[in-house]
Design a binder for this molecule. Structure first.
Ligand code: ADP
Ligand code: MG
Length: 239
């Protein structure tokens, strides 16, 4: 579903990603971990075309992301959930989803309403459909943001630290929704998270990034129980 080959990216002559090579198979949940500033967000942003990169290629569903013939279709197949939710503050929960569906998918009002109901029920927030984002807890806001991303029926969902803006007691409700997506939907997920217990439990594969490079890629068990790199051991011991 995702293949990154020899990716290199710099900002103002400072390299923030280099020699990045990995792939994510259909239906897999892959986590991206590593210290702050190691390039995790930039990598996700390159994959969803919010950043340009200098060298290398990104393939989504075996098609080159930079190929103008495919780009728009590929971007419609991907969704991203951000640390700070990015909900439209002046729209209700339902409108956040309905307006997005009408704009992006040109859906009719009736179809968009039905889809909004379906995804809000999935995240357990249908009863909040008339609330505005500022009337919700952080955990609820993030669940709405996930519902909105799901409404577009993506094949791939990217999560950039979905729980790091939340109070500790609200983290679980969001992680539980992501676990539910893994169990019930066949969505390919690439997740940046510092919640190591969650990462260990949910990931089919873990990628450790440090200082612009991939240090190690392995199964969850390998990375957490027997990493090859001492740097990975240090990072996991310090977190
Ligand atoms: P992470 O998500 O792992 O914390 P980031 O991808 O946000 O790391 O950042 C990687 C590096 O790129 C950091 O040194 C950061 O300061 C730099 N960086 C990120 N975005 C920009 C930008 N728009 N302009 C300049 N430097 C940036
Ligand atoms: Mg980041």
């Amino acid at each position: 579903m995702i293949e990154v080959k020899n990716l290199k990216k710099s900002f103002n002559n400072s390299t923030v990603l280099e020699n990045i090579n990995f792939y994510v198979n259909k239906g897999e949940t892959v986590s991206l971990i590593g210290p702050s500033g190691s390039g995790k967000s930039t990598l996700l942003r390159c994959i969803i075309d919010l950043e340009n990169f200098d060298e290398g290629e990104i393939y989504i569903k075996n098609k080159n992301l930079k190929d103008k013939n495919f780009k728009n279709d590929l971007l419609l197949k991907m969704g991203m959930v951000f640390q700070n939710f990015n909900l439209f503050p002046h729209m209700t929960v339902k409108e956040n989803i309905v307006k997005t569906l009408k704009l992006v998918k040109k859906m009719s009002e009736i179809d968009a309403n039905n889809k909004a109901k379906e995804v809000l029920e999935l995240v357990g927030l249908y009863e909040k459909r008339g609330s505005f984002p500022n009337e919700l807890s952080g955990g609820q806001k993030q669940r709405v943001a996930i519902a909105r991303a799901l409404a577009l029926e993506p094949d791939i969902l990217l999560f950039d630290e979905p729980t790091s803006a939340l109070d500790p007691e609200l983290v679980k409700e969001v992680l539980d929704i992501i676990k539910k997506l893994k169990q019930e939907k066949n969505i390919t997920m690439l997740i940046v998270s510092h919640e190591m217990k969650f990462v260990k439990e949910i990931s089919d594969k873990v990628i450790v990034l440090d200082n612009s490079k991939i240090l190690e890629i392995g199964s969850s068990q390998k990375i957490f129980e027997n990493p090859s790199s001492t740097r990975v051991k240090e990072f996991l011991n310090n977190i």
